[in-house]
Write a protein that binds this ligand. Structure first.
Ligand SMILES: [Zn+2]
Length: 404
């Protein structure tokens, strides 16, 4: 073999191994131009150009070479890169205490289509997951788009490697339900191609926010959020979810924040789960709970529209103090460089950011943790987008193999 052939082959192999990293850079918006892609990958302009062309040929990204499309790193025009809005999609599904939702999500975390969810969740997970997959399959038929996989978000810790829902208590599903297998069966039965994945909803929200939202650029990202009921947490370390040895890390809902507080379904009392979720907030306001909309939406409406009401403000301050206590404990243990809050916690932060930051600073090691930025989550339906991230991961790891 002559030297030229060897060098050509090396370049091709280097190019192939760069396809996944390049796609992830475009997918997360970190490489808006070919010049930035070249710099981020640390390859030659020729290699970056070949990689971008290959991803374009696969139907994953668009390369816009019109003059003046964008400025490169030296201020020269560079080809603009963007995900292909007509490319493949994944099916994303979410089940929560107040219903379910299905969506088609493209690269870049872009929701292409959503199906309106139902408002009651059956006690049989096979029935619910069958319905949500069917809603997604209908979206796929309407769109005519190629589907490369499916992801599901559930409001429960998901034990690894079994893929079972350990504590789906707000759903009345049996503990230990094999949700990942059920979801994969339903996806296959609906004729949807590609692998199927399942994860905890707050873990997936954190992953989505790290890639597309308020968590971008954080190295040690702590996310704490309420779903429709209960409280969850997640940690993204250097871009990867920290899920512990068996998938159960960051079950922050059972931190004690009020030793004499409400009994919790875990057997303890005064847990964050029952002291800082939408039900706790509405109960503290003394308002009657209406059945028309979710508890999360009722809480949001009160915080945004009636914060001048002394009972609403008092309830908010009580929850902020308990949430702050929980966050301070987590900050002392995990030393994150950013905290993002979702669901009701995002609303509480926006209602009184100074109070929450003061509680965290007051309870933290030498006051230092008061310097950790606390930000609201920014994505709509971040658990759904995170479920899509699970399904996109094989494509991000090896686009050629995943699309073959
Ligand atoms: Zn508990």
């Amino acid at each position: 073999m002559n030297g030229k052939a060897t060098s050509n082959r090396t370049r091709i192999e280097r190019g192939r191994s760069a396809l996944g990293p390049a796609l992830e850079l475009v997918h997360t918006g970190r490489a808006p131009t070919r010049a930035v892609l070249t710099a981020e990958l640390g390859v030659t302009r020729a290699t970056a150009g070949a990689v971008a062309a290959e991803l374009e040929a696969l139907g994953l990204i668009r390369v816009d070479s019109r003059p003046g499309a964008a400025a490169g790193s030296q201020g020269r025009p560079s080809h603009r890169l963007a995900v292909d809005d007509t490319g493949p999609v994944v099916l994303a599904a979410q089940v929560h205490a107040d219903g379910f939702r299905a969506a088609l999500v493209g690269l870049g975390g872009r929701t292409v289509a959503t199906a309106p969810g139902c408002v009651t969740v059956q006690a049989d997970p096979a029935q619910v997951l069958g319905e949500v997959v069917e809603a997604g399959a209908a979206l796929l038929r309407e769109s005519g788009r190629r589907c490369v996989g499916a992801g599901l978000a559930v409001p429960s810790a998901v034990a690894e490697p079994e893929g079972t829902a350990l504590n789906p208590l707000h759903l009345a599903w049996p503990a230990g339900a094999p949700v990942r297998d059920i979801f994969a069966e339903r996806v296959a039965a609906a004729g949807i191609r590609g692998p199927a994945f399942t994860g905890n909803d707050v873990n997936l929200a954190a992953l989505a926010e790290h890639r597309h939202g308020a968590g971008r650029g954080a190295q040690h990202l702590l996310c704490v959020a309420t779903g429709h009921r209960g409280v969850g947490g997640a940690l993204v370390l250097d871009g990867r979810l920290h899920t512990g040895s068996s998938g159960l890390a960051l079950e922050v809902g059972h931190l004690t924040v009020n030793p004499e507080g409400r009994p919790c379904h875990c057997g303890s009392r005064g847990c964050l789960d029952v002291e800082a979720d939408p039900l706790a907030f509405l109960t503290a306001t003394g308002r009657d709970l209406g059945p028309e909309v979710s508890l999360l939406q009722q809480s949001r409406d009160l915080l945004r529209g009636e914060y001048d009401d002394p009972a609403v403000r008092r309830a908010a301050e009580e929850l902020i103090d308990r949430l702050g206590l929980g966050l301070a404990g987590l900050v002392n243990i995990l030393n994150p460089d950013r905290i993002i809050l979702g669901g009701l916690h995002r609303e509480l932060l926006e209602a009184d950011p100074e109070r929450l930051r003061a509680v965290v600073a007051d309870r933290s090691l030498w006051g230092r943790s008061g310097g950790v930025p606390i930000l609201p989550c920014t994505l709509d339906h971040n658990s759904l987008v995170g479920a899509a991230e699970l399904a996109w991961q094989p494509v991000l790891d090896d686009p050629l193999a995943a699309l073959a």
